[in-house]
Design a protein around this ligand. Sequence first.
Ligand code: A2P
Length: 279
Amino acid sequence: IYDCYRLNNGVMNPCLGFGTYRASDGDDCEVVKTAIEAGYRYFDTASFYGNERQIGRALAESGIAREEYFLTSKAWRTEMGYGNIRKAFMESLERLQTDYLDLYLIHWPLPEDGFTQWRRLDTESWRALEELYHEGKARAIGVSNFLPYHIENLLENCDVEPAVNQIEFHPGYTQEVTVRYCQEHEILVQAWSPMGRSKVLKEPAILEMAGRYGVTAAQICLRYALQRGIVPLPKSSSMDRMKQNQDIFGFALSEEDMYILGTMPQTGWSGQHPEKFGR
Ligand code: A2P
């Protein structure tokens, strides 16, 4: 239903998706059912979120054909390494009630205790993703929360280049070095917490802009990602806000406002690890 980006392997990635972190408690998949009803056809999850089974059930019960929706999952830190990744992937498939994923990501780069260790393990994990890709089980593969030097390590050693890097991105945390690096290497950037976990929605500058465009602060943030060529993955638990968050195609931010949004004080959560380039 939306425009798509063409990934570096030709797969079409819709330009807006639904984030599902903390989207469900226990057996409840109401949020995902509501999101499906609100029109979302692109769901971003991860084994770590603990909600794949609920999402799988909601999608199965919706009766929507598999090729009608785009599904991403991710391998968690404890699932790294060749054998572990393959096992983790198969378990995700089983929980999601599907026989392929549209996109499979390494959730986080490994911690840097032991310099050569993380390089070797990241590369080894990546080899498992490449196999899943070649087998057609994952239509595209990529990474999440990777800084340029993590990606560099993969590019030096890989056969299939990552198609995506999913990072924290919102006004107030725009990770310019990483975004530029990815965009120069044909790696599509996706934004988790595109509204800065709703913190950013109280920024006076954003509220002022929202007033001028006749939209909400959330729509300003999502439109900002869109105009940067970045895929926003907003989360919400309410039907109204789910709909509002998809309604970002009827206005355009001026160059000046894009500049203001890109130069706000940087206070993101991933900022705990400073951006580094090379080592
Ligand atoms: P809610 O579930 O009550 O809608 P992010 O995706 O940046 O991490 O932000 C998620 C948070 O933003 C959630 O707490 C969600 O709360 C809130 N949120 C989502 N959409 C909107 C919106 N359109 N307006 C205000 N808050 C929103």
